[in-house]
Ligand binder design. Structure first.
Ligand code: ATP
Ligand code: MG
Length: 445
């Protein structure tokens, strides 16, 4: 993409309504535009990152055999009356009437819809296990929408639902989700710690929230610092292997890590003092096993193979896809702007022409652009007729992890400059070497 032809409305002034850095940078970098409280338009740069996050989520769900589909955002109240949640859900549910005076709502989550789909088609235990999911917009009329996409009213969520014959199988699904979520966050350059969470009115012991540590997080968290030393890395996981999934679950959840809702002073004090941490975190996901809570009222049963009907065991599992953009920026920025991790960056590298209009500079930039594009990468070429200072400012704000700077002096010696946005370190090298380095950096991603 050539910046002169892109739509990147970078703001010069600091938006005053933003209280936290991710919100401020997303507005300044031209990623989102507020439409009304907690509702945003996704401008091209923001939309590009959002799509990347979605792709990572899809790829990791597919590895575990989970199946993508799409439910309507506008749903009939009837189904929610059947489950008993229509009245219970409260003010967060956006309710509306259609022209025939029928009660409708904008889905805040989709347990009912998925359970209904399941009961319409699946009749036998032979069709289990099954995990269906979607990435779809949700609406919750939050009391205090704030912090930009972190607590929106309209937000993008991945929500998945497992359908199993037994509790044991459903707990395997729960463990599978934990593994896929850890993978997903790691690919996004984030460390998200699974923490024992509160299961709320539904009850049950099985729920974990995933928290990204950040001072601006809304949750208070208590953990053993040893949990931050574990990661999945490149480990091979066989998702059908119950024992392996269970052992990963145990490894990641046996150390003390809890939110304020489940915090227990005595247990926390048993952690060696030098490893006790109290901090703040952003909830980027949650997994849940709730048994037959929805399958019983909605009559989602299967033939158990022994002549009887049995209600299925379910769980639901969510990732806050749009909130993740904010979380990534909170975790990765400096005072000049965003620093995208390579796995989610909207463009792979910037090309900065220090002197647009100079024949040698223009030709070298065009060549870099062509080579990188040919290698399957997406460079963003700042070909605008602007001062170098303004170009550096834009590049730093939008946070591409790598930048190639082309100037007349370097070119005389046959070199360009390759700069890491994260460290600020620059290296001079031939344009061909710069392309090779960028290609190499992204080869494994
Ligand atoms: P919270 O406690 O932050 O209100 P929640 O526990 O009600 O969230 P879930 O029902 O667990 O949310 O939804 C799954 C995920 O969706 C959450 O982990 C979070 O990342 C994301 N999410 C929930 N509410 C919002 C919101 N208002 N804006 C953006 N993302 C949200
Ligand atoms: Mg939650």
């Amino acid at each position: 993409m050539r910046l002169s032809r892109y739509f990147l409305p970078v703001l010069k002034e600091t938006p005053r309504e933003a209280q936290i850095v991710s919100h401020r940078y997303m507005l300044q970098a031209g990623m989102i535009k507020q439409s009304s409280a907690g509702i945003y338009s996704w401008l091209p740069l923001g939309f590009k990152v959002l799509r990347k996050l979605e792709n990572i989520v899809h790829e990791e769900q597919a590895k575990a055999g989970h199946i993508a589909m799409l439910m309507p955002t506008i749903q009939s109240a009837d189904l929610w009356r059947e489950s008993g949640r229509y009245d219970g859900y409260g003010e967060e549910m956006l309710r509306m009437k259609d022209r025939h005076d029928r009660d409708m709502l904008f889905s805040p989550t989709a347990e009912e819809m998925f359970t209904d789909t399941f009961r319409s088609y699946v009749k036998s235990y032979k069709d289990l296990p099954l995990t269906l999911y979607q990435i779809q917009w949700k609406f919750r009329d939050e009391v205090r929408p704030r912090f930009g996409v972190m607590r929106g009213r309209e937000f993008l969520m991945k929500d998945g639902y497992n359908f199993d014959l037994t509790k044991e199988d459903a707990l395997h699904a729960y463990n599978r989700h934990l593994v896929t979520y850890l993978r997903t966050y790691e690919r996004m350059g984030l460390q998200a710690i699974p923490m024992r969470a509160d299961s709320g009115p539904i009850g049950g012991d099985y729920t974990h929230e995933f928290l990204v540590l950040a001072d601006t997080g809304e949750s208070e968290v208590f953990y053993d610092s040893a949990v931050t030393d574990i990661s999945l890395g490149q480990r091979d996981v066989n998702f059908d292997d119950k024992a392996q999934c269970q052992s990963i679950m145990d490894e990641f959840t046996s150390l003390y890590a809890r939110t304020d809702e489940t915090h227990e002073e005595d247990l926390f004090n048993a952690v060696p003092e030098e490893r006790r941490r109290v901090a703040r975190g952003i909830e980027v996901g949650q997994i849940f096993y709730f048994g037959t809570t929805y399958s019983e009222p909605l009559g989602a049963t299967v033939d158990d193979g022994k002549g009887g009907q049995t209600p299925i065991h379910m769980g639901s599992h969510g990732i806050g896809v749009s909130r993740l953009l904010g979380a990534i920026i909170e975790a990765s920025h400096d005072d000049k702007g965003i620093i995208w991790p390579e796995g989610v960056t909207p463009f792979h590298c910037g090309i900065l022409n220090m002197r647009s209009g100079d024949d040698a500079c223009d030709a070298a930039c065009e060549d870099l652009y062509a080579q990188l594009t040919k290698a399957g990468l997406e460079p963003l070429y700042d070909d605008r007729d602007e001062r170098a200072g303004a170009k550096f400012g834009t590049m730093d704000m939008i946070g591409l992890p790598w930048r190639i700077t082309v100037g007349p002096r370097g070119l005389k010696n046959g070199v360009v400059e390759l700069t890491s946005r994260r460290t600020g370190e620059s290296e001079e090298m031939s344009p061909a070497d710069a392309v090779a380095r960028i290609v190499d950096i992204y080869a494994g991603l």
